[in-house]
Structures are given as C-alpha cells and as structure tokens.
Design a protein around this ligand. Sequence first.
Ligand SMILES: Cc1cc2nc3c(=O)[nH]c(=O)nc-3n(C[C@H](O)[C@H](O)[C@H](O)COP(=O)(O)O)c2cc1C
Ligand code: SF4
Ligand code: SF4
Length: 401
Amino acid sequence: MNRLEQSIGGICFRSPLVIGSGPLSDRPDLIEQAAACGAGAVSIKQTAWSETRPGVRKMYARKGEYFFNPSDRRLKPEETARLIRQVKQGTDIPLFVNVLGNGREEETWAQLGEQMEEAGADGLELNFACPNPPAQRDAAGEKLRYGAALSQEPELAGDIIRAVVRRVKIPVWVKFSGDGTDTAALCRAAAAAGATGVTAFCSPRGAFPVDIERGGRPKLADLSVCSFGGINGPAIRPASNRVVAEAALAVPDLPIMGGGGISRAEHVVETMMYGASLTFLFTQVMLEGFAVLTRLNEQLEAFMDRHGYESVEEMRGLALRYLVPNSELDYRIGRPARVDPGKCRGCGSCGKIAFCRAIRMEGRTARVQPQLCESCGLCASLCPFDAIFFDGDRTDGNGGD
Ligand SMILES: Cc1cc2nc3c(=O)[nH]c(=O)nc-3n(C[C@H](O)[C@H](O)[C@H](O)COP(=O)(O)O)c2cc1C
Ligand code: SF4
Ligand code: SF4
C-alpha cells in the first residue's frame, strides 16, 4: 500500500492532499489536472440550492501574504451533476461536492445532497463556511442564515447535518468558518449528527486591499466599490492550526480535513500533527499550478523516510500532547539564547530586534550577553541560518557565548 494512502468513511484517498472547494474545481479540465498531479480528492465548487445573483468572480492575491475574494461564481445543482458525470468518465479521483442549502431549511440541504449522490458524488461537504452572504431571504422571509453564519449555531447546524445524513449513503463532511465559531461545540454537534468528518477552517472575513495612490479605492479589477470578503493563504495558517487542534481535542475520533495557508510539505505535516488526517489546499495551487501537488507528495514521502514514519496516520495528533492552557505555561525566565559561531553568518537580523538589549555584533558574529537575555526566543526564530539555540534544545551546538 502507498504510504500516503488512507481510507476514511469508505473512501480511499491516495494522498492526504485535497483540492479545496473553489475556482479550481468547477471545470473538468481542472479536476483532471488535480487527479494527474496526485490529489487525493477534490471538493467541487460550492453548489447552491438557490442563487439569485449572477456569479461574479473577484480575487486579489498578495503573494506570501494573503488571498482575498469578496465574491465568486457558484454552481447550480444541474451544472455540478453534469460536471461529476463528465469527470467520472475519465478519472476515479474521489469527488466531494461542497453544498449550500437555503439557510435553516433542512429539506433543501437534504435534496441537494440526494441530487449530488445520484449524479455520482463520492461525498458531500456541507458549506457552513462561505463568508460572502447574498441578500436572499428564506421561505419565512427572514434574512438567509448563510454559510459561515451557520457555524455559529451548532444546534441548527446539527439539525441540518442530521437531515442530510439520514437521506444519503455517501459520507457527509462539514466545512466550517473560522470567524467567531465555537469549534468544540460545532464539532460535537457534527459528530452527534453523524457527520463523517469536519473540514477546518475557511476564510475569515477581511477588508479589501486599498489602492493608496488612488484615494483608497478598492484594488480589485473593475470594482469601484467592494464588500468585506474571505481571506485565505499564508495569513490564516496559525489560526487554522488552532482550529484544527481545537477540533481534534473536542472530538478525537472525528476525522479532520485541515488547511488554510498550506504551501509546503512542512505545513501538511504540521496540520496532521495538530490532528488532521487530510489536508486541503487552494491558494498555493491557484498561484503555482497543480504541479505543486506532485512536489508536496514527493516531499511528504521524503519527510516520512527521514523520520521513519510508515503511514500518515502515525503523524496525526503528535503535537497535541504539548498543547496546554496558557495558564499552565512555565512563566520563569529560562536559559539564555546562545549563538553557534560556526553557523552565524553575521547577517545582523537578530541584532535589529528593537526591544532586545542582549545581542550585539562583534565583527561578523552575533554575541548574546546572557544576563540581559529574557529568553523570549524571537532571535532564534528569526535567524535564517539556525545559529541561535537554547541549551537543552539541541545537541549539535559547538559552544557559543
Ligand atoms: C476564490 C475562492 C473561492 C472559494 N470558494 C469556496 C467555496 O465555494 N466553498 C468553500 O467551502 N470554500 C471556498 N473557498 C475556500 C477554499 O476552499 C479554502 O478553504 C481556503 O481558500 C483556505 O485554503 P488556502 O489558504 O489554501 O487558500 C474559496 C476560496 C477562494 C479564495
Ligand atoms: S541572525 Fe543568525 S546568522 Fe544573522 S547575525 Fe544573528 S545569529 Fe548570526
Ligand atoms: S532570546 Fe529574546 S531577549 Fe534573548 S537574545 Fe534573543 S531576542 Fe534577545
């Protein structure tokens, strides 16, 4: 068996890398590329029960920082059904459909699920995540509780999940928002309602990039006005790890598809070590092309070789044993930083830290004055050559200050 392979909810994923729902999964050619480059599954673009506005796609990326989108095209159920049938003729990659019913109207979610199952979907991903609400109202005339808003109502979310689970045989995953969600409550509700797993986390809301040279107008193609929108990519990585860990701690047996800002194999491993079994990617593939999947799969295997992991499952949750409440941190000042002179290249980065009085440059080497060091760790994390360490952290240092 391929070491990256896992079976979850009756589906075999040949790699833990899944293409997150979005503009990378609404055309057959895109899904075929994902399959050819080694994706473990694809979550098809959000498919909505009803959509009153024309789908307009607006995106903005600042490489290495964030990906912003206030609006996107959504698929109609019949479009998605056609897409699934077409893709299934050429590839056997597992296809999830990211579905969006009408707010609290459970029946719309259940029927949408049934339609997608009938079309050949391998799984569903209920969308309690989309940050860009439409102006629609539900049948009762109330403003539609939409996407991300449902993440904040675990009881209602549970009712919707239960209604879908009762109507379909395929696995039902729940993708939730990072904005103001009580992760533990939502995950418990999802598990109690019979969800196969949760996908975390998606697109907290941010404000649009501003063109400061043009009086603050939105820096988005053709837009003279803009709403808040979802942010993704590097900006959400640490928050995503938090949410994955919260989910894993709340319901240890519930499979998690974790992601947000994944661009390197290290991020994939980190997400798993926080408790995920699968990981999803969007921004990095959007900016670099599907070949990133091949690279990450290879790097993941090389990592496992180096550390002797026989399966991805062995890495899952390893970081959780080090996670304690903030009140349980060791508040004593620890050992001072030390510089390995054999590794220091005199780049000066550590010497610029504004609040630190302990580091000074002596010629081309940094020196730490131990009595002035607060052991905060910032210099070690910034050093591009891994030259700063703390006694007990490693055995390879050859002395220092
Ligand atoms: C333009 C765009 C469209 C997206 N559409 C959807 C969607 O329809 N359904 C969904 O659940 N997530 C959607 N997402 C969120 C992504 O699937 C993914 O969760 C998010 O981008 C975080 O991953 P990343 O940091 O790797 O990009 C979209 C993201 C972007 C940027
Ligand atoms: S950041 Fe690292 S390499 Fe640069 S001066 Fe400091 S210790 Fe040396
Ligand atoms: S650990 Fe903190 S206080 Fe100590 S030298 Fe590094 S940056 Fe300065």
